[in-house]
Ligand binder design. Structure first.
Ligand code: 1OR
Length: 296
């Protein structure tokens, strides 16, 4: 049974807790480090927290396909990281009890190596939102218990998710995404501040980041013109062209006031913004042939 302590694992006065320690072979450590290296939830942990989490993780081999790792509606116990194999995400829209061949509902996504799942029920003390099923004959997961998850990951990585979720809801580019897809973007963002006048992007540079403007105003300039070719305010984005087409920066973007931007690296951009690629491609830079300025 679940004790009162474990229902409120982040409350103070529970100093008796010490994180689980599961010894690992050198091979396991190497595989685990590789599995978490591409996962944004781990990239913001300091060394001590990362070590605590790595020590607490338990290897969980999944020896066949069609194994249900998580069942929609169940209580949450573990958070999982995928080392090897792919997993299907199934949602039964009625949320009905999971029985019978059609019980698991429709497949809404796939999670592969480096990905993770099972955080929602642990974060919100909610029933499992989806059923997760192995799709390959052999897979490897790493499992983190809910207490360590809540104590370490939730207080660091997931604070970021909660912080950005509200902002991302206001970004027109992302309006067509499902809330959960925006949450995954939130995990991957970093905030950077630029004082008035500072250059955020320099024309001609190689591009490795995409930006969403959180506050303040910015402007785009192109060499050979003396006026701004575009103005940005809260919720606007820039820096996508170089990443979409692997080209140098097509313009410079500077801070017109003090600004705060949310930065998404190339990896996250490719992985998470695929569904809105067509929107980015069609709305921007239809250059007016007479004035050579972007039609808006
Ligand atoms: P959980 O603890 O609720 C099921 O257990 C897990 O499936 C859940 O945490 C997520 O980690 C993962 N909607 C909800 N949960 C999802 C989704 C998802 N995808 C993966 N999980 N959607 C798919 C978005 C592409 C939204 C469908 C409407």
């Amino acid at each position: 049974s679940v004790s009162a302590e474990s229902l409120n694992p982040t409350s103070s006065g529970s100093e008796s807790w010490s994180p689980p320690f599961h010894p690992k072979s050198a091979d396991q450590v190497a595989r685990l480090k590789k599995a978490v290296s591409g996962n944004f939830l781990f990239s913001h942990l300091d060394d001590e927290h990362l070590k605590t989490v790595l020590d607490a993780l338990v290897e969980k081999p999944i020896p066949a396909k069609d194994i249900k790792v998580i069942t929609q509606g169940d209580a949450g116990d573990y958070f999982y990281i995928v080392e090897e194999g792919t997993f299907g995400v199934f949602i039964n829209p009625t949320g009905a009890a999971q029985s019978g061949p059609d019980g698991i509902g429709n497949q809404v996504g796939t999670i592969g190596p480096g990905g993770s799942f099972g955080e929602l029920a642990l974060m919100y003390n909610a029933p499992r939102a989806a059923t997760i099923v192995s799709l390959e004959s052999k897979s490897t997961l790493w499992a983190l218990d809910r207490i360590t998850f809540r104590r370490i990951l939730m207080d660091s990585a997931f604070q970021r998710r909660r912080m950005y979720e509200a902002f991302l809801e206001e970004v027109p580019l992302l309006a067509s995404l499902k809330p959960y897809e925006r949450s995954k973007i939130a995990d991957a963002l970093d905030t950077i501040k630029y004082p008035t006048g500072e250059t955020i992007i320099r024309e001609g540079d190689p591009g490795d980041s995409f930006y969403l403007l959180e506050s303040g105003e910015a402007e785009a300039f192109k060499s050979g013109t003396d006026h701004a070719v575009k103005a940005y305010s809260r919720g606007d984005y820039f820096g996508e062209l170089a990443l979409l087409d692997d080209k140098p920066r097509a313009a410079s973007v500077t801070a017109k006031t003090d600004v705060k931007v949310a930065r998404l690296g190339r990896d996250g951009f490719k992985r998470l913004l695929g569904p809105v690629e067509q929107i980015m491609r069609r709305t921007e830079y239809d250059v007016d042939p007479l004035t050579k300025t972007p039609a808006s």
